[in-house]
Design a binder for this molecule. Structure first.
Ligand SMILES: *Cc1c(COP(=O)(O)O)cnc(C)c1O
Length: 384
């Protein structure tokens, strides 16, 4: 299907299969062929792309109240916010709800600038934070930025996992240090615990805020409910989206009472915190905790590392990742590998030109996951 036939604008044309429904971790096309999702839902399908409990919550909520402005309180929104905060350390007391990851980041940048009264934002090379102009200013990849310049002033990028470079960049004008605990789009690069601890120490020492963009790593993906829990480094702002509401559009900027108290100005979203998304979010959090998806991600991630050891070093530079966020850096381009996997019934994605990214639903059956890993080993070993 060409870009024109899809009537899209702005991106690559979709691949020539038309997917009409999900069945657990599988996606089904318009001719009834089943594909295992090992990345097709881009991290938003962690609970499966049609989770029955999320679907039921949506249907029930839609009968009662689809939309309400944020000027009124609503028990579903309150319950969702309380449920989310109940899963986080007590330093987090406030939540701003929006509709996407990029909006969660935008709000974080605005809260940080306003509450510190400082302009500078320090982000990392290879980082990805979204595509609206503020979030894009924090995103690193030059080809994503260049056509839209000038971007928002005051953003700098430092090498990832380099504590000295970070310490040199953070000064008394710095509002925010913005990092992903695992860089997803940028090629699946895992932050070391020492790096995250250094980020916490330097922001504290210089009066800046620390934000973790867990849009992709959050909600059990990396083997913990939130990736920051691995290092024990608690940020001032936690940015969530993707699977937070089981695939329904949502974004959350979670922060401290202190940041909220110092915030000047206003920030608002018409659809942020709408009852449908909150009902889905409540069902998604309940499901994630009850089904112990974080432990599942940890266990199935270990299975993958074990299995992927069979990959030949003449084709693969490195295997990286945490839990069920995995990157296989090839010595060749990844697109032919994706195409071959697709023809075998597995829908994976890339993270840059040479990294095969595996991001299955956390509910993926163990046997299906084993089959997917066998296919990956086979396809990569012989070349795409
Ligand atoms: C996907 C992603 C975003 C952007 O989220 P959207 O919902 O596409 O706007 C931001 N940050 C990270 C780390 C992401 O993976």
């Amino acid at each position: 299907m060409s870009d024109a036939a899809d009537r899209g604008v702005g991106g690559a044309p979709p691949r020539p299969i038309s997917l009409v429904r999900a069945d657990g971790a599988y996606l089904v096309d318009d001719r009834g062929r089943r594909y295992l999702d090992i990345g097709a839902t881009h991290g938003a399908g962690s609970l499966g792309a049609a989770n029955p409990e999320v679907a039921r919550a949506l249907a029930d909520q839609a009968r009662d109240l689809i939309y309400l402005g944020t000027g009124y309180s609503n028990p579903v929104r309150t319950a969702f916010v309380e449920r989310l905060l109940g899963l986080l350390p007590p330093s987090f007391g406030r939540v701003f709800l929006s509709n996407s990851g990029t909006e969660a980041v935008e709000a974080g940048i605005k809260f940080a600038r306003s509450s510190t009264g400082r302009p500078k934002v320090v982000a990392a090379m290879r980082g990805f934070h979204g595509r609206t102009l503020g979030a894009l200013s924090a995103t690193w990849r030059p080809e994503l930025r260049a056509p839209f310049e000038p971007l928002v002033p005051g953003f700098v990028h430092v090498p990832f996992n380099d504590p000295a470079a970070l310490e040199a960049a953070v000064d008394e004008t710095t509002a925010l240090v913005l990092l992903e605990p695992v860089q997803g789009e940028g090629g699946v690069h895992v932050a070391t615990p020492e790096y995250l601890r250094a980020a916490r120490a330097v922001t504290e020492a210089r009066g800046a805020l620390l934000a973790f963009d867990e849009v992709q790593t959050g909600i059990a993906r990396t083997g913990r409910l939130f990736a920051f829990q691995r290092s024990g480094v608690v940020p001032d702002l936690l940015l969530l989206a993707k699977s937070l509401a089981g695939g329904v559009p949502i974004g959350a900027t979670v922060t401290t009472d202190e940041v909220a108290r110092r915030f000047r100005g206003s920030h608002h979203s018409t659809f942020g915190g709408n009852p449908l998304a909150c009902a889905a979010g409540l069902a998604a959090l309940d499901f994630t905790v009850r089904e112990r998806l974080a432990e599942r991600a940890e266990r199935l991630g270990a299975v993958a590392f074990d299995r992927l050891r069979a990959l030949p070093p003449d084709r693969v530079r490195e295997v990286r990742g945490l839990g069920l966020l995995l990157g296989i850096e090839l010595r060749e381009r990844v697109l032919p590998v994706l195409a071959e996997l697709e023809s075998r019934g597995f829908l994976a994605i890339s993270a840059g030109a040479t990294v095969l990214r595996l991001l299955p639903p956390l509910t993926v059956p163990e046997a299906a996951w084993a089959d997917a890993l066998s296919a990956v080993v086979e396809v990569v070993s012989r070349g795409g």
